[in-house]
Design a protein around this ligand. Sequence first.
Ligand code: NAP
Length: 235
Amino acid sequence: MTEHLSRTALITGASRGLGLALARDLASRGWHLILDARRKDDLEAARAELAKLTRVVAIAGDVSDERHREALAKSARDLGGLDVLVNNASILGPSPQPPLLDYPLATLEEVYRINTVSPLALIQAVRNELKPGARIINITSDAAVEPYPGWGGYGSSKAALEQLSNILAAENPDLRVYRVDPGDMRTRMHQEAFPGEDISDRPLPEESVPGLIELIEGDLPSGRYEARSLHASKG
Ligand SMILES: NC(=O)c1ccc[n+]([C@@H]2O[C@H](COP(=O)([O-])OP(=O)(O)OC[C@H]3O[C@@H](n4cnc5c(N)ncnc54)[C@H](OP(=O)(O)O)[C@@H]3O)[C@@H](O)[C@H]2O)c1
């Protein structure tokens, strides 16, 4: 708990699923945390748990809200800057997911606003708070690259996030910008994607965390990574 005492990570969507699993791991390593999610009670439960281990600032809000992003950036400034920003908050869109020919366009715009535009907007908001060598991790999906029928809205939002990350890395060689497919995980979003199905065979989000830690604490170049194979390849 001493080694990284002064390191700070901002993780969006940290009240459950992958975001909470990563927050728990970093808290146990002594990282300071700034967390968000829209639902106040869930976020407060996460904050209360993690505050037993480390310094935690939890701000309820929607990543697509500019004032909320400004509040996150102010917290980053107050805590002395960011070593890591994890753009994890995301929505699936309608469940079940409609094919593209029937996809409601207003909903598509919302999916893009939250999954694609907001991560870039948050990076812009905290750009002056990023410490030298800071890591930006944008959580994407295999649906960003595979043409799964029914995944056109969510998948294309993640495809755009991938290319945003790719170009951001080329434009900012001083930053590490990682776009990361965490793999299928047993979470609320996954259950929404497969309504009524038994998803108990999917790995827990905790299994994707070690790969993220490799990126956060290691020295890998900017690029696209699969969280679980990344960790498996280290043995
Ligand atoms: N689960 C999978 O199989 C899978 C596979 C590939 C990629 N992913 C990606 O992995 C990441 C984590 O997914 P997950 O499965 O852990 O999802 P999850 O269980 O649904 O959790 C999503 C988290 O994000 C928050 N959130 C959602 N929209 C938000 C918004 N607009 N502003 C702020 N917070 C918001 C949620 O809290 P509130 O609802 O209270 O806001 C929650 O804390 C996502 O980027 C997802 O696309 C997941």
